[in-house]
Design a protein around this ligand. Structure first.
Ligand code: ADP
Length: 196
């Protein structure tokens, strides 16, 4: 299929470990840009299948095909025709390649990728603290440490992938929510582009 010129999806990616604040920042950016916030974790939690839930509650990643299918189906919906903020996807190099292939086919591109950098100990502490409000089975210390380990294993080549394309902005994720949002919006307004 050749790219549809009417459908130039502009995507913004938010990366960071579990508890880094991706969801919060994706939601603020979604409001300021007026395009939907698509969280792979939220989409997958809506999958009420027991095998999916078991993998998620152990902190392991779900199969690339399943996740890619769910996220692409969401991207095909009409409210995402102009673009979207992706939170939690891509999480593996195979997913990043699948997203590139989808954009090549459909038209559109990645405007920017933001990496919210938060030290591993702080990530685990935040997850344990948010358990009271998240009520998520995977928000406990043991599973949080496993999620951080998986993140540290999977993320470097993905960050390199987007850095090599000049699309990656690294943001200090230990700052306040407002400060981070301001840095993201300033980065998007700046003609200089990301530091390479
Ligand atoms: P967090 O980033 O705080 O760990 P998410 O809600 O993004 O939380 O993800 C929760 C779980 O959903 C992950 O631990 C994993 O099991 C599954 N998941 C989410 N996104 C992906 C993805 N892109 N690939 C594989 N598994 C995923």
């Amino acid at each position: 299929m050749s790219p549809d010129p009417e459908r130039r999806s502009q995507l913004f990616l938010i990366f960071g470990g579990p508890g880094a604040g991706k969801g919060t920042q994706a939601s603020l950016l979604s409001q300021s840009l007026g395009i939907p916030h698509i969280s792979s974790g939220e989409l997958l939690r809506e999958h009420q299948r027991r095998d999916t839930q078991n993998v998620m509650s152990s902190g392991e990643l779900l199969p690339d095909d399943l996740v890619t299918g769910v996220v692409m189906a969401r991207l095909e919906q009409s409210d995402a025709a102009q673009g979207a903020i992706l939170d939690g996807f891509p999480r593996t190099v195979a997913q990043a390649r699948a997203l590139d292939a989808w954009l090549d086919q459909r038209g559109g591109g990645i405007c920017a990728a933001f990496y919210l950098d938060v030290p591993p100990d702080e990530l685990v502490a935040r997850i344990v603290n948010r358990r009271e409000i998240s009520h998520r089975g995977d928000d406990n210390a043991a599973v949080a440490e496993r999620r951080v380990t998986i993140f540290n294993r999977e993320m470097p080549p993905i960050l390199e992938h987007y850095a090599a394309h000049g699309q990656l902005y690294r943001i200090d994720g230990a700052q306040s929510v407002d400060r981070i949002h301001k840095q993201i919006t300033e980065a998007l307004a700046s003609p200089a582009g990301p530091d390479r």
